[in-house]
Design a protein around this ligand. Sequence first.
Ligand code: FES
Length: 75
Amino acid sequence: MYVCICRGVTEKAIREAVHDGADRMRDLKECLGVTEQCGICACHAKQILDETLRERPPQMQSFLSSSACLCETSV
Ligand code: FES
């Protein structure tokens, strides 16, 4: 399923990037281009990022993303 339509980034690609070491939205932006254009994908991408980080082994979970998604704070 596409998460970022502007850059053609799928959920699978985000999960693979996280498994390869991406642990922040900045990393996803740099390696996949997520949020570089309209930014609508930010909340969904962050959700997938956090879900995938939680799947990491316990010793690596200290890397959980601490950045807040703007759409979560505007409610
Ligand atoms: S949908 Fe990701 S930047 Fe537009």
